[in-house]
Design a protein around this ligand. Structure first.
Ligand code: RP5
Length: 166
């Protein structure tokens, strides 16, 4: 098995269902090696630092960090990592992800976290964004990104045709 190029880190195993579509895309369409880890900024802070600080030397091109509630995970990763961190606020909790959205996006200047939508859509887009970043220096990946967009557009056109034909 190839070494992972993308690290997907979740704050809890309860976040796992929210990355199902992202995983399917990476597995089946983009065929990118990735790893999934459960590491908490609060519950396992030493592991969080170790994971982020060794990401570049282990060959990761990006870290996708998803966490909910007081979501410090992406910020903690960004503080120690030398690769881009894509933050995904997990849905759930009393505020259904709004808390995580603010915690993930409102980083102070100097430590960027690219923040995506709450929940499944955000995880999907973070995975696509990681592929797009890799496509800048990988022509095969660039072709897959283009093919994905075309497939998506075709699905909308088919839906449009069905709707028009009643
Ligand atoms: C966050 O707290 C996790 O990312 C999860 O979204 C939320 C709740 O975690 P559990 O109590 O379900 O483990 O750290």
């Amino acid at each position: 098995m190839s070494e992972p190029l993308i690290g997907i880190v979740l704050g809890s195993k309860s976040d796992l269902p929210q990355i199902a579509n992202a995983r399917a895309l990476l597995d089946d369409f983009f065929e990118v090696p990735y790893e999934v880890r459960i590491i908490s900024a609060h519950r396992t802070p030493e592991e969080a630092h170790k994971y982020a600080s060794t990401a570049k030397e282990r060959g990761l091109k990006a870290i996708i960090a998803m966490a909910g509630m007081a979501a410090h995970l992406a910020g903690v990763m960004a503080g120690s990592a030398q690769v881009p961190v894509l933050g995904v606020p997990a849905s759930g909790g009393a505020l259904n992800g709004i808390d995580a959205l603010l915690a993930t996006s409102q980083m102070p200047g100097g430590v960027p976290v690219a923040t995506f939508a709450i929940g499944k859509a955000g995880a999907t887009n973070a995975a696509l964004f990681a592929c797009q970043m890799m496509a800048l220096s990988d022509e095969t990946m660039a072709e897959k990104v283009a093919a994905f967009r075309e497939r998506q557009a075709d699905a909308v056109r088919s839906a449009d045709e069905e709707a028009r034909n009643g």
